[in-house]
Design a protein around this ligand. Sequence first.
Ligand code: AMP
Ligand code: FE
Ligand code: FE
Ligand code: ZN
Length: 279
Amino acid sequence: MPADFHIHSQFSDGTYSIEDILRVSQEEGLTSIALTDHDTVSGLKEILEKSSSSEIIVVPGIELSSVYEGEDVHILGLGIDFNNGELLSALEYFQEKRRERLLKIIECLQEAGFELNENDFSDFNFHSESIGRVHVAEVLKRKGFVSSVSEAFELWLSRKSPCFKEKFIVTPFEQIKLIERASGLPVLAHPGDYSKKVPLVEMVKAGLKGIEAFHPDHKSEQIKAFLDFAEEHSLVVTGGSDAHGPGSERGYNIGFIKLPDSYEKRVLEVLGLSSSKNA
Ligand code: AMP
Ligand code: FE
Ligand code: FE
Ligand code: ZN
């Protein structure tokens, strides 16, 4: 009865369609999943509708970007009300900033001598209102300017690379509060990816309610440390694969992390969802 509470789709920077997600989750024997696209809720209505006749419990989720002292910090919102007006207008702002950043990155890459323009992104725009660096990396790869997405990040797009542009600066505390006001459970995504500067205890004081102890990037000692931290601060433990789908270079496929039953049960209980659709 395992869960995967961190999955991306084509609505942000993943390659899975909603149908793919439901099919693979079933094949992997998952009982509950969360769709957590970056800064968008566009896939949620479809996945909830298409899963209504299946046995899989789908938690509506999101992964919000934030910045703490020049470092990217991701906050998951599980069980959000995706019709919440304040959340929707915040997302509109984040998506607009993402589009503005895309233009700045394109301009920088053009100045560096690459021939590309906005039209190269029309495929992605079709699905994704949340245009990001992975899309830029894919275009660079498709045009043969780099050999891989990770090379595109390393040479051009990462924080220390020449065409890095900030999308928007919102703190983790603000994102935690936004999720809380949209009736969601704020969870720190992949805590093992951050430097020691990122203030976990302050985030808990700001309303963080969960921590993603189980993630493909975490070694067993880190998982143990995050489980201890959760215990100490009464946080809900979550986990997921951070799957971006076949053909994507980062993350793993759905079900790579299968959150153990006891944690799955607790997450669903806190969200007010039953552990079984037939119960
Ligand atoms: P963005 O939110 O558009 O700034 O892009 C950040 C996203 O890019 C992350 O959430 C990852 O999904 C992805 N990403 C970051 N670094 C890499 C990398 N080195 N290779 C592939 N994908 C990456
Ligand atoms: Fe991503
Ligand atoms: Fe993330
Ligand atoms: Zn993610």
